[in-house]
Ligand binder design. Structure first.
Ligand SMILES: Cc1cc2nc3c(=O)[nH]c(=O)nc-3n(C[C@H](O)[C@H](O)[C@H](O)COP(=O)(O)OP(=O)(O)OC[C@H]3O[C@@H](n4cnc5c(N)ncnc54)[C@H](O)[C@@H]3O)c2cc1C
Length: 373
């Protein structure tokens, strides 16, 4: 089949990889370079963790994603997965349940008590009544390296084309056609639109109105020399157990310490700039002043605002049928990076009419094709 993939973020690129592995001819096109520094996927890191409290299906899927990321490292012959583990801070009973959930799903996890947390992570000021789940099959994906490695691999595959700086302006899923801003029309037998937070601009209004745009601020920090050793032994922390939902990514492989929290994620009307307004930056600085001993604005090297779309009804991702063999990954929710290899398998199966792979992303396979009209 001739497959056209619109977008050059993690979802589009890994779906293209799956289509190529399935023997199809693939054209990937992006409005900017591939990868594009403005894509949601383009960042120093993304957390991969298996534990999804009270969600055994997502937990099992994340363990499969962990294994697929390792296979992708082999396929692309590139290192981009720092397996430093993940630490989720929770009330003690929830930590015990979480560790059991992960172990039942086939993962390796243990509970860390409040006193062990204080001993092991003195550079984190955690609520002394909380425990944590420490999981091994987890860590940090070096996101910009993932994009570069996927694009680099695709570039050398026969029958595959990467088309840069050519925005799509219309998609006809029924005919398998994509119209570019310069008037050229590309013909395919299957089309995927995975344009991240730009989806509302390209997809039909009936889909766009189901989606909510979110904007989130991030701080990139240096760590003091005296704490370097402690930070080098710190896992990714998807939840610090704070009321405001703080999380952090440790400084792995030469990257910065990254700080953010659910409290600085807000709804936005439009995708505009990526600058962090001073008020939001101060809010994050104040929040982490209470969570990291010694932390102050002098740690901050830079900041950035990122965008993502979610399906308003669930807060998660959304696949939309565009007619014929056209599909859109219309919304990614805030956590699609880690699942991207599984999402890609499911999307590739949908586009090419193949039987859904049991190792794909069951949550997507269960979504009715015409959920969005
Ligand atoms: C602050 C933040 C933290 C996150 N942390 C995590 C995490 O720790 N773990 C996790 O799993 N997930 C995380 N996520 C979510 C994850 O980053 C996203 O789900 C994922 O990157 C979305 O990828 P995408 O390919 O759908 O979109 P994008 O990466 O945005 O790619 C879309 C591409 O489409 C292109 N495009 C747009 N319009 C057009 C057009 N008209 N024609 C051609 N090309 C076009 C763009 O240039 C872009 O390259 C986080 C998200 C944010 C915002």
């Amino acid at each position: 089949m001739r497959v056209i993939v619109v977008g050059g973020g993690v979802i589009a690129l890994l779906t293209a990889v799956e289509c190529v592995l399935g023997g199809h001819r693939v054209t990937v096109l992006d409005q900017g370079p591939i990868p594009h520094s403005r894509a949601t996927s383009f960042d120093q890191h993304r957390i991969i963790r298996a534990l999804h409290p009270a969600d055994p299906l997502a937990t099992a899927a994340a363990l499969r994603a962990h294994r697929r990321w390792i296979e992708l490292e082999e396929l692309f012959a590139t290192r981009f997965y720092e397996r430093v583990g993940a630490l989720t801070v929770l009330p003690p009973a929830a930590a015990d349940t979480g560790a059991a959930l992960l172990t039942d799903a086939g993962g390796r996890a243990r509970t860390v008590t409040a006193s062990a947390l204080a001993d092991r992570y003195p550079h984190l000021k955690l609520d002394g009544s909380l425990s944590a789940v420490l999981e091994d099959e987890a860590g940090v994906l070096l996101a910009d390296r993932v994009l570069a490695a996927s694009a680099g691999w695709l570039k050398w595959q026969p029958g595959t084309r990467l088309v840069e700086r050519r925005p799509a302006v219309a998609v006809d899923g029924q005919r398998g056609q994509v119209r570019l801003a310069d008037g050229q029309v590309l013909d395919g037998d299957g089309v995927l639109v995975a344009v991240g937070p730009w989806s509302r601009r390209l997809l039909p209004e009936r889909v766009g109105k189901l989606l909510t745009l979110h904007r989130q601020s991030l701080l990139y920090c240096r760590v003091p020399r005296g704490q370097a050793e402690a930070w080098a032994a710190t896992p990714a922390v998807p939840a610090l157990g704070s009321r405001r939902g703080a999380w952090l990514v440790p400084p792995v492989a030469g990257t910065a310490l990254k700080l953010s929290s659910a409290a600085v994620c807000r709804e936005a009307d439009e995708l505009t700039d990526h600058l962090t307004p001073q008020d939001w930056q101060r809010e994050l600085e104040n929040e982490f002043g209470n969570l990291l001993p010694g932390f102050g604005p002098d740690w901050v090297l830079g900041s950035k605002d990122c965008y993502y779309l979610s399906f308003t009804e669930t807060g998660g991702p959304l696949v939309a049928a565009l007619g014929g063999s056209g599909h859109a990954y219309a919304a990614c929710g805030g956590t699609s990076f880690k699942f991207a290899p599984l999402i890609a398998r499911s999307l590739a199966a949908r586009i090419t009419g193949a039987t859904p792979d049991p190792t794909g992303f069951a949550a997507l396979d269960d979504t009715p094709l015409d959920a969005a009209g």
